[in-house]
Design a protein around this ligand. Structure first.
Ligand code: HEC
Ligand code: HEC
Ligand code: HEC
Ligand code: HEC
Ligand code: HEC
Length: 644
C-alpha cells in the first residue's frame, strides 16, 4: 500500500509546465562536449551535475540552471540538504541527492565551492530604467519604510556572498533569481530558522522582486568575485548565514540497544517522520490507491503515545487496532508486524516511551469513500488478515535451520519486505499477504521484482557473499539497488547486524524458485527502431556504460558504471525500473560499503518519450537480449504516474 519513495512526498513532478520551461530555457542541454577518459575522481562521480549546471557547474546567466561553482561550501551544502529534506523543492534535484550521506554532500559542496572559474558576461537588462533604479536601491540601500535591509548588508558589499553560508547574487539569470524569491514567498523554499530571506521577501511586492532580479542579473562581476568574511552585525536575525548544522546522526545498529535496533529493522522512522520534522513525530502522508494516510506520532507526547500501555502498543502491532478501538489502515504494515514476538513489541514500546515528547497531531486521512470508513476496514480485515498468517516454524533441526527461521522472522515481520514485493489485487490484498512474488508499488510506478524468480529479483543463484554485499552496501557486481529499494538499504538494511543480514540472505536463498518466461523471448524490434535506439545509445550512454554495454570499473575494482549487457534491470519483465532510471537518474545509496557512489544523469528533459522508447527497446534487444520492447505510451504513462 505504500513505499518509501512515495514517502518522500515532495518528490512529485508537480509542475509539468516547469519541465517545458526548463527545456525551453536550456538549448545547450544534452549537447555536451566529448567527455575525457574515465578517471576515478570526484569530478567523475558528479559528472551528472554538469548536464544541467554546465561544465564544472559554471552555468551562464542565460539559462535557468544556476551556477554552483565558487559558491560558499556551507551554502551549497545547506541547499543539498534542503532538497533532501523538502525545505527546498525541485523534483529532479531531490531525486538526485535523495540517498546521499551528509558527509558525501559536504564533499560535493566543497568540490564545487573550490572551483574558481571565469563568469560569463551579464545579459542585457530587460527592464525599464525606473525598475532598474528601484532594483539598485533595494540591493545597495534597502527600503527603510518597508523595513527591508540592503541585500548587500548580508550578501556582501560586492554582492558576491559571505562566508560561511550566504551566497553571492551576481552571475545568476534574472529568471532564476526571480523564481527563487517567488519560491520563498510561496513557501516552496525555506532556509534555516529564523529564515531572514522569508522576512525580506514578505515585505516586498512582486514588482520589487522582479526589479531587483533584473538589476542583479545585469551587473558585471568585480575583478575578485570571492565571498566576503562573515557579517559582524547582520540586519536581521538569520539562521542560514550563521553556521552549517552538524551532520545528522544516523540511526545505527552500533549505537543501538534493544528497541532502537528493532526500530531500525522496521524502518519506523521512514514512515513516521515528516521531511524536516522531529524523528517519529508522525504526520507523513503515505499515498495509497485509495487516498493518503497520515502516520501517527510515536513520541510519548499527549498527541502520541503518552497514555499508551505496552498492551495498547501490542494491540496496534499485532491486531492493527488503535488505543481508542479504531481499526488502523493497513498502510501501517501490521499485516507484517503482527509476526513479531511480544518481547520485541515490548522492547519497541520501551524505546518509544523513552524518546523526547514532541507534540503534533497528524492531519486526518484523505481517503475516498468508502475506504475512509471503519466498515471498509472491517471487511478488508476479514478478507486479508487471515492471509497474513505465517506457517508455524517446526523446531529447528540444525544451526542452518535456526538461521533461516531468524531470516523468515525478519523478512516477514519487521523487515516488511512483502509490503512492496507482493502482487496486489484491486483491494490492495493478496491470497498470501506475505508473498514475495513481485508487484507494482501502489501509485508509484516502481516494480518490486519477484524474490522467487532469479531472473527477476531472486537471489537464489548468487553467492551468499554477493547477496550480503548487495543488501548491505546497495551494490554488488552488476547489481544496483535504486529508488525505493535504495532507501530501504540506506535507512534500514545497512544498519542491520552481520548476523541478521546473513540470516535474511539464508532465508531469501531458500525461497522456492518460480521462473516466469514472460517477455523473455521477444523478437527484435523493427529495423528503424533499432537504428534510432542504437544511435541514441552511442550518443548519450556509451561514454559511461561502454559501446557494448560492458561498463567501466573504478579504482577499487567495483563497477563505477555498471554493465548493461545481461543486466537484470534492463531485462526485467516489467520495464518500469528501467524507465525510472533513465528518466530520473540518480545515485545509489551512500553506505559504509559504498560511501561515494557515482551518479547517473536524468534524461527526462533531454529525450522525448518516443526517443526513450526506441532507446530502451534497443537496449532490451541488443547484445543477445530478448526482452519485450517498450512503447512511447509506456514511457508517458510512467512519467504521468511519477508526476502525480
Ligand atoms: C536535471 C537537471 C539538474 C541536474 C542533473 C542537477 N541539478 Fe542542481 N539544480 C537544478 C535546478 C533546476 C536547480 C534550481 C532549483 C530551484 O529552482 O530551486 C538546481 C539547484 C541546485 C543547487 C542550488 C543552487 C543555488 O544557488 O541555490 C545546488 C547546490 C545544486 N543544484 C547542486 C547540484 C549537484 C551537486 C548536482 C549533481 C549531483 C546537480 N545539482 C544536478 C537542476 C539540476
Ligand atoms: C538578513 C540577511 C539577508 C538579507 C538582508 C538578504 N538576504 Fe538573501 N539570503 C540570505 C541568506 C542567509 C541566504 C541563504 C539562504 C539559504 O541557505 O537557504 C540568502 C539567499 C538568497 C537567494 C538565493 C540565492 C541562490 O543562489 O539560490 C537570493 C536570490 C537572495 N537571497 C536574494 C536577496 C535579495 C534580492 C535581497 C535584498 C532584497 C536579499 N537577498 C537580502 C540573507 C539575506
Ligand atoms: C510503510 C509505512 C510505515 C512503517 C514502515 C511503519 N508505520 Fe506505523 N503507521 C503507519 C501509518 C500510515 C499509521 C497510521 C494508520 C492509521 O491511522 O490508520 C501507522 C500507525 C502506527 C501505530 C498506531 C498509532 C495510533 O495512534 O493508533 C503504531 C503503534 C505504529 N504505527 C508503530 C510503528 C512501528 C513500531 C513501526 C516500526 C517497527 C512502524 N509503525 C512502521 C505507517 C508505517
Ligand atoms: C518500499 C518498498 C520496498 C521494500 C520495503 C523492500 N523492497 Fe526490495 N525492492 C524494491 C524495488 C522497487 C526494487 C527494484 C529496484 C532495485 O532493483 O533496486 C527492489 C529490489 C530488490 C531486490 C533486487 C535487487 C537487485 O538489484 O537485483 C532484492 C534482492 C530485494 N529488493 C530484497 C528486499 C528485501 C529482502 C526486503 C525486506 C528487507 C525488501 N526488498 C524490501 C522495493 C522494496
Ligand atoms: C555519467 C555517466 C552515465 C551516463 C552518461 C549514463 N549512465 Fe546509466 N548509470 C550510471 C551510473 C553511475 C549508474 C549506477 C547508479 C547507481 O548506483 O544507482 C547507472 C545505472 C544505470 C542503469 C541501472 C543499472 C542497474 O543495475 O540497476 C541503467 C539501466 C542505465 N544506467 C542506463 C543508462 C542509459 C540507457 C543511458 C543513456 C541514456 C545511461 N545509463 C547514461 C552512469 C551513467
Amino acid at each position: 500500500m505504500t513505499g518509501l519513495l512515495a514517502l518522500s512526498g515532495g518528490l512529485r513532478w508537480s509542475n509539468a509546465w516547469m519541465a517545458a520551461l526548463l527545456m525551453a530555457l536550456s538549448p545547450a542541454f544534452g549537447a555536451q562536449p566529448p567527455k575525457p577518459a574515465f578517471q576515478d575522481t570526484l569530478a567523475q562521480r558528479v559528472q551528472v551535475c554538469f548536464a544541467c549546471h554546465g561544465e564544472q557547474g559554471r552555468a551562464g546567466p542565460d539559462g535557468y540552471y544556476p551556477r554552483i561553482a565558487g559558491k560558499p561550501a556551507g551554502y551549497l551544502y545547506n541547499q543539498l540538504r534542503h532538497f533532501q529534506t523538502g525545505k527546498r523543492r525541485h523534483n529532479l534535484m531531490t531525486r538526485l541527492v535523495a540517498n546521499l550521506s551528509d558527509a558525501y554532500l559536504m564533499e560535493i559542496a566543497q568540490y564545487f565551492s573550490a572551483l574558481d572559474l571565469p563568469y560569463a558576461a551579464p545579459s542585457a537588462p530587460r527592464a525599464t530604467a525606473a525598475s532598474l533604479a528601484r532594483g539598485r536601491q533595494l540591493a545597495l540601500q534597502g527600503d527603510a519604510p518597508l523595513r527591508v535591509p540592503a541585500c548587500a548588508a548580508c550578501h556582501g558589499e560586492q554582492l558576491t556572498g559571505r562566508l560561511p553560508a550566504t551566497p553571492g547574487l551576481l552571475g545568476l539569470s534574472s529568471d532564476y533569481l526571480n523564481a527563487q524569491l517567488g519560491a520563498w514567498q510561496a513557501g516552496a523554499r525555506a532556509g534555516h530558522a529564523p529564515d531572514c530571506m522569508a522576512q525580506v521577501v514578505q515585505r516586498l511586492q512582486a514588482s520589487d522582486l522582479a526589479a531587483v532580479s533584473s538589476w542583479l542579473a545585469a551587473q558585471p562581476l568585480p575583478p575578485r568575485p570571492q565571498a566576503a568574511g562573515p557579517a559582524l552585525a547582520p540586519p536581521l536575525d538569520c539562521g542560514s548565514h550563521q553556521a552549517v548544522p552538524a551532520p545528522r546522526a544516523e540511526p545505527t545498529a552500533d549505537s543501538a540497544a534493544g528497541g532502537r535496533y528493532l526500530a531500525v529493522l522496521g524502518n519506523c522512522q521512514g514512515c513516521h517522520t515528516r521531511p524536516g520534522a522531529a524523528p517519529f513525530s508522525g504526520g507523513r502522508g503515505i499515498p495509497t490507491p485509495f487516498g493518503t494516510v497520515f502516520s501517527s506520532n510515536l513520541t510519548p507526547a499527549a498527541s502520541g503515545l503518552a497514555a499508551w500501555s505496552a498492551d495498547d502498543f501490542w494491540r496496534a502491532m499485532h491486531h492493527g487496532q488503535s488505543r481508542d478501538g479504531r481499526w488502523l489502515n493497513p498502510a501501517f504494515p501490521y499485516t507484517n508486524f503482527r509476526h513479531i514476538t511480544r518481547a520485541d513489541s515490548d522492547a519497541l514500546y520501551a524505546f518509544f516511551k523513552g524518546l523526547e515528547p514532541v507534540e503534533g497531531v497528524p492531519p486526518p486521512h484523505a481517503l475516498r469513500w468508502p475506504f475512509n470508513t471503519q466498515l471498509a476496514l472491517r471487511v478488508w480485515r476479514s478478507l486479508y488478515l487471515p492471509n497474513a498468517e505465517s506457517q508455524p516454524a517446526p523446531a529447528a533441526q540444525s544451526a542452518a535451520d535456526a538461521q533461516r527461521q531468524r531470516g523468515a522472522y525478519l523478512v516477514q515481520g519487521l523487515g516488511h519486505c512483502s509490503v512492496c514485493h507482493m502482487p496486489r489485487n484491486a483491494l490492495g490484498g493478496n491470497a498470501d499477504m506475505l508473498s514475495l512474488a513481485g508487484g507494482f508499488m501502489d501509485g508509484q510506478s516502481w516494480y518490486a521484482p519477484s524474490l522467487r524468480d532469479p531472473m527477476d529479483g531472486g537471489v537464489q543463484n548468487k553467492p551468499a557473499a554477493e547477496v550480503r554485499q548487495l543488501l548491505q552496501s546497495g551494490r554488488s557486481g552488476v547489481d544496483r539497488t535504486s529508488g525505493p529499494m535504495a532507501e530501504v538499504v540506506r535507512h534500514s538494511l545497512q544498519h542491520w547486524t552481520g548476523q541478521d543480514i546473513d540470516a535474511m540472505v539464508a532465508y531469501l536463498q531458500s525461497l522456492p524458485q518460480a521462473v516466469s518466461a514472460e517477455n523473455r523471448t521477444a523478437p527484435a524490434p523493427p529495423r528503424r527502431v533499432w537504428d534510432r535506439g542504437a544511435a541514441l545509445y552511442d550518443k548519450h550512454c556509451a561514454d559511461c556504460h561502454g559501446t557494448q554495454g560492458q561498463g567501466v570499473r573504478g579504482a577499487d575494482g567495483n563497477w563505477a558504471y555498471p554493465p548493461l549487457r545481461g543486466n537484470r534491470t534492463v531485462l526485467q519483465s516489467s520495464p518500469a525500473n528501467l524507465m525510472q532510471t533513465v528518466l530520473y537518474g540518480g545515485f545509489g545509496p551512500s553506505t559504509a560499503g559504498n560511501p561515494r557512489p557515482f551518479g547517473m544523469p536524468p534524461y527526462v528533459l533531454t529525450l522525448s518519450e518516443q526517443e526513450i522508447a526506441d532507446l530502451l527497446s534497443y537496449l532490451r534487444a541488443a547484445w543477445g537480449h530478448q526482452a519485450a520492447p517498450v512503447s512511447a505510451v509506456d514511457v508517458q504513462r510512467l512519467r504521468d504516474g511519477a508526476a502525480r
